[in-house]
Design a protein around this ligand. Sequence first.
Ligand code: SAM
Length: 227
Amino acid sequence: MPTSREYARLRSRMVDEQLVKRGISESRLLDALRMMPRHQFVPEEHKPHAYEDRPLPIGDGQTISQPYIVAFMTENLRLKPHHRVLEIGTGSGYQTAILCHLADYVYSVERISRLAEVAGARIGDLGYSNLDIHVGDGSQGLPDQAPFDRIMVTAAVPRLPDVLCAQLSQFGGQLILPIGDAPAQELKLIARTADRFTTRGLLGCRFVPLIGRYGFDSKTDSTSFVS
Ligand code: SAM
């Protein structure tokens, strides 16, 4: 097993070679990625691979996303330190921790209670307390806590859920999410000003499905999706 010094070296190489070389440039985000111990968010047997250029299994048929996808989605949200953020699909909690580092407060919703518990404990151990993890169907958002300055969905939806658009702040709220069926989707950015919404396609991608009322059916074959 690598030592913490070796992990730090692998992490620095991940940022330089996988992220900066592909155009990730926001300095606050790069600082967060340089310090966040990604290996602590994956199961023991995958720790030596935590800084590789790919998603990894985290149990329960779910994955931690490829580092570049985490960085790309976060950069495109243009987070400010005062933002209230909703994340749907906590998973390992790695992306959640990056959001906690960059924003004021993060609400994260995870469907699988074991993942939510483990993620919450990891993020707490790292010293972040500006978050609230909910167990439930995030495809419906968190209407009681809306509006949000930013919403990030980290699992694929078949179509844009109106219910999430309605939970965006009217003053420049933005939502990023992968839309489409297996095996590939497109990352889209939705921007709201008052009651006007604009949509921009950003990147082809592959995510596990969002299972829920405004996502995919629970009988969906997740193995045909990859994150
Ligand atoms: N960003 C995460 C990370 O850094 O580890 C990876 C998220 S993983 C690709 C997608 C997550 O969405 C899974 O943990 C899955 O259980 C969760 N999910 C699927 N459907 C959901 C739903 N309706 N509500 C909340 N979470 C859901």
